[in-house]
Design a protein around this ligand. Structure first.
Ligand code: NI
Length: 438
């Protein structure tokens, strides 16, 4: 009998691998050197492991991938509620953000990393300024991250220049950090906050660096109208003309798309970060997710920033994604629980260009996975694991979180961060910030 030598083994679990197979009961997940080496029933193999976890009553699945957020905005959540996006940004968020320094960005990001890990997220894509501080928070908390230092020049070319230079410094310093856990891409904020010249410069620099682009796109009807008035094109057509749509580009929101826009995005191989909770909360509309999936687009899920959600909880987002489509289409058959869970895992990995590394549990992939306790009132009885995870499980069921095979959360507690300290320091930073902004 051949023996599988592992560093870590989860025995006898309900495996939800998200690799095209359905769920596998009585499965063993074996990890060596940070990678999955077995994710299936034992099949006659014997296992020897440094550490073993009893998986009975537990679901094991790939960690959630949050494809779009602004982690430091935890400090601003609850600050301005129930107002339209434009007013929310211009009157409430931007004036306070202008006062945010590196230490506040760090504390806000660390709080976000704590919340994301405890709710089962192993990888997040972020756009903000002082993004090096978000990298530090991701490294300290053990999460994987795609970081997009934000760049815009709406306030003037000197602002664009400074942000562009900052982004290059963050790329230099952090791209590939943490044994490859950190990937740095360029983050032009949106077509309406960046000049054509800046967008072209970012396009060329991203090509030169061999990295991707993360951008907000077609979030509101107003954005589309303005773009049509200014350029005679939809935002998608405009970016296509500028050559920003290509594999490696991830576009957040994409709420207001024409059929032609969807075809252009699919043809270009752009990844989509769908943010249903933020879209609904800000009243901007419902993205055409079923149409995007039919067109073959890689669609992942994002929470968007915690100031417009206000949580960073992917189990909540995955449920809401399903319900929103069913309500909007008046059709309970659109976007099934399994499709939505795919978006939260392997779909997100595809949207971020990480599908060769994470997003599903199969031999060779990085061991980014979570363990959920199914012995809860909300997941009993267990007739359908996808329905249980998407419609009735709560993030309190997340028991353990591993990234690169390393524990980040065990027994529901973060093992790398002192949670009380993170909460206290974030609350203090938020208070200081508001005093200065007043
Ligand atoms: Ni956003």
């Amino acid at each position: 009998m051949s023996v599988v030598e592992a560093d870590l083994l989860v025995k006898d679990c309900l495996l939800v691998p998200m690799d095209g197979r359905g769920s596998v009961s009585g499965a063993y997940l074996a990890v060596r050197d940070g990678r999955v080496i077995h994710a299936d029933r034992p099949k006659g193999l014997a296992f020897r492991a440094e550490e073993a976890i009893d998986g009975r009553g537990k679901a094991v699945l790939p960690g959630f991938i949050n494809c779009h957020t602004h982690a430091p905005m935890t400090l601003l959540r609850g600050l301005a509620e129930d107002v339209p996006l434009e007013a929310w940004l211009r009157e409430h968020i931007w004036p306070v953000e202008a006062k945010m320094g590196p230490s506040e960005v760090y504390r806000g990001a660390l709080l976000a990393c704590l919340e994301m890990a405890l709710t089962g997220t192993t990888c997040f894509c972020d756009m903000y300024f002082h993004e090096g501080q978000v990298a530090e928070a991701a490294l300290k908390s053990g999460l994987r991250a795609v970081l997009a230092p934000g760049i815009f020049d709406a306030p003037g070319p000197e602002v664009g220049e400074r942000m562009f230079e900052d982004a290059l410094r963050v790329f230099e310093r952090y791209h590939g950090a943490g044994d490859g856990r950190i990937k740095v891409v360029l983050g032009p904020h949106a077509p309406y906050t960046c000049s054509r010249e800046l967008l072209e410069r970012i396009r060329d620099k991203a090509r030169e660096l061999g990295t991707g682009i993360h951008i907000h796109l077609a979030e509101t009807e107003g954005e589309v109208k303005d773009c049509l008035a200014r350029h005679g094109k939809t935002p998608v057509e405009y970016l296509a003309e500028l050559g920003l749509l290509r594999p490696g580009t991830t576009a957040a929101h994409c709420v207001h798309l024409t059929d032609q826009d969807i075809a252009l995005l699919a043809e270009a191989g752009v990844g989509i970060a769908h943010c249903p909770v933020a879209n609904a909360k800000l009243g901007v509309g419902v993205a055409r997710v079923p149409e995007m999936l039919t067109a073959g687009l890689a669609v992942g899920l994002g929470t968007d920033g915690p100031a417009s959600n206000n949580a960073l909880d992917m189990l909540e987002t995955v449920k809401f994604a399903c319900l929103l489509q069913k309500a909007a289409k008046r059709d309970p058959t659109v976007l099934t629980a399994r499709q939505a869970l795919e978006m939260a895992t392997i779909g997100g990995a595809r949207a971020l260009g990480l599908a060769d590394q994470v997003g599903s549990l199969e031999p060779g992939k990085k061991a980014d996975f979570i363990i959920l306790d199914l012995r809860k009132a909300s997941t009993t009885p267990l007739h359908d694991i996808y329905a249980a995870l998407v419609y009735s499980a709560r993030s309190g069921a997340v028991e353990a979180v591993f990234v690169d095979g390393q524990p980040v959360v065990l027994e529901g507690q973060h093992v790398k961060l002192d949670a009380e300290e993170v909460l206290r320091e974030a609350a203090e930073a938020a208070e200081e910030l508001l005093k200065r902004a007043a």
